[in-house]
Design a protein around this ligand. Structure first.
Ligand code: COA
Length: 539
């Protein structure tokens, strides 16, 4: 039994590359050439194939590690016949399908510097041992701006497909190959106008067609520079999809699972456009409310209602569309619980009505809403779990020292939620004036974005309209919302008699990740006590 450490091979000049994927696990039986890890430099991704066949005993790396040539990747029990005596060169040769290694001739060629625009003739680089390969895709067109590292063409040998990246940044003047062409190392690939300063170039400004000699190994004798990796595409990779490293990188950056989309490239290969198109469609669907935020909930099927009778199709207002998206988002993201209670507002109503004359003199309307705002702020101070937001990192709670409360306003354009700031610091008259002003602004479409930001809690009052109770949807990132229904005179047992009392039905929906039933119970107890006797606000 021979145990061997499999090291990181020659990385074509790259140093400190990141492990972005581990393709094997301890216990796996690995064939020679099978990918064991995927490494990523700032220029390219490289699938590193196993130089030997055998069984993985242990991994020496994990995702996120930074590796250089010679670092241990894994420990392998070699299969019978897979000797240990092969030189390190073997590993380098194997990996050459993934990485093009410049030889010393390239180094010596890298001597001139251009600081102005110059035409560069880009040849087909070292193909890692492959001789004649087929052009299966042209990735860029004449006139395109191309960045160093962006794919120019995809070539395919009988063993692997390779994305050939541009070694320079510039504008493409000519593509010398077309799909279906057979090509070899050193053939003319493209002409690129390189703009800008200090790009190392070679005498390769001479068109490669004019170069009679090709080096037998490594890059063409007059190759421009150590070309970036011709990254290997591997069919049936770890993710069982056929896509090149740059496409996989884009998919990874955007969080796209490639197996979920259709490939449009030749031989069912995924292209960057497939990934971009998928994300674009997904965003459009989420914005239009057609699908949820990726929770996998099937959309409601489209129905032709005119089959059943006359219909009129009316365009949704912008606010209605935004509300729709927000409601779906909040409903799907927040684990809701709703609790109910009734507040005895008999005394509050007596007081409120007694203040009508004074309210008129002050030019404000004193409805139950300012009392509710004030009582809610007081209850939030008493029960601080209501004045938090879940941190976006999912690891923290944000506790707020201010108390801003949103009030839902029914407007001809849809539901709007202006925010009353520092409710705890304001008196009833000020709150009455401000809530009337905000409701008026909302109904006349005069609210500014800042008027609707920063709420810690929301009150949605349907009291003037009716109903016994409802379950409002939490307006995340707030963690709770209170629904107010219509106050009614009800018989309440006072210990010896039923007494007619004015009872206000309240409901509180909360995010069960931040608030639990006991918190809400305490919030409600405080709230109804304050509404039953508003002198408590002075305590
Ligand atoms: N029970 C009984 N009567 C109530 C009440 C309640 N809970 N709340 C208000 N009223 C009364 C008011 O006292 C007033 O009567 P009055 O003139 O005799 O005093 C009347 O109903 C009308 O009140 P309104 O003008 O609506 O003021 P308000 O301060 O109660 O409410 C808004 C202001 C902006 C909240 C309210 O107009 C509104 O738009 N509510 C709808 C919110 C909504 O759509 N929520 C649903 C979200 S899904």
């Amino acid at each position: 039994m021979t145990i061997e450490i499999i090291p990181v091979p020659d990385l074509g000049g790259a140093d400190k590359v990141e492990v972005i994927e581990i393709c094997v696990q301890p216990g796996d039986v690995v064939e020679e050439e099978q990918s064991i890890v995927v490494l990523e430099s700032d220029k390219a991704s490289m699938e590193i194939p196993s130089p030997k066949s055998g069984k993985v005993i242990g991994l020496k790396v994990k995702e996120g590690d930074s590796l250089s040539e010679g670092d241990a990747i894994l420990e392998m029990e070699l299969a019978d016949g897979a000797g240990t005596e092969e030189p390190q060169q073997e590993v380098t040769t194997n990996v050459s399908e993934a990485v093009i290694v410049a030889d010393s001739s390239a180094e010596s060629a890298t001597k001139n510097v251009v600081s102005e625009s110059s035409e560069q003739h880009i040849p087909v680089p070292d193909l890692g041992g492959s001789d004649t390969v087929e052009v299966i895709e042209i990735c860029a067109g004449v006139g395109d701006d191309i960045n160093e590292g962006d794919s120019l063409v995809v070539l395919e040998s009988d063993k692997a497909s390779m994305e050939i990246p541009s070694p320079v940044t510039g504008k493409i003047i000519e593509i010398k190959l077309k799909e279906g062409d057979k090509t070899s190392e050193g053939d003319a690939l493209a002409v690129i106008m390189v703009v800008g300063a200090s790009l190392p170039v070679t005498e390769a400004v001479t068109p490669v067609e004019e170069q009679p000699v090709k080096a037998s190994t490594g890059l063409p004798a007059k190759a421009p520079m150590a070309l970036p990796a011709a990254s290997a595409l591997v069919e049936a990779s770890s993710a069982d999809v056929y896509a090149g490293p740059s496409v996989r990188k884009l998919a990874r950056q955007l969080g796209v699972d490639l197996s979920k989309l259709k490939a449009s490239g030749p031989r069912n290969r995924y292209t960057k456009d497939d990934v971009r198109g998928y994300v674009k469609q997904l965003v459009a669907d989420v914005n239009s409310g057609k699908v949820s935020n990726g929770a996998g909930i099937p959309p409601i099927p489209a129905i032709d209602f005119s089959k059943f009778g006359d219909v009129e199709i009316v365009k949704l207002s912008k606010i209605a569309k935004l509300t729709s998206a927000n409601m779906s988002r909040n409903w799907l993201n927040v684990p809701h619980v709703t609790q109910f209670d009734d507040a005895d507002i008999t005394e509050l109503e007596k007081f409120r009505k007694s203040m009508k004359g004074e309210a008129e003199r002050r030019g404000v309307k004193l409805t139950p809403l300012p009392f509710l705002l004030k009582a809610a702020a007081d209850a939030m101070r008493a029960e601080p779990s209501f004045n938090v937001s879940l941190h976006a990192d999912g690891e923290h709670l944000v506790h707020k020292s201010y108390i801003h409360i949103g009030m839902a306003v029914d407007t001809p354009n849809g539901l709007m939620v202006p925010v009353i700031r520092d409710v705890d610091k304001k008196g009833l008259w000020e709150l009455a004036a401000e809530s009337t002003e905000m409701a008026t602004k909302a109904r006349s479409g005069k609210l500014m974005p800042r008027d609707m930001q920063g709420a810690c809690f929301t009150i949605s009052s349907l009291g003037a309209i009716g109903g016994n109770g409802f379950t409002p949807i939490v307006n995340a990132p707030e963690v709770a919302i209170m629904g107010v229904s219509k106050a009614q005179i009800k018989p309440v047992w006072n210990g010896s008699d039923f007494e007619p009392r004015q009872m206000l039905p309240l409901s509180v929906s909360y995010d069960h990740r931040a608030i639990n039933g006991a918190h809400c119970g305490r919030f409600f107890t405080h709230m109804v006590a304050v509404l039953a006797d508003i002198r408590r606000l002075l305590l």
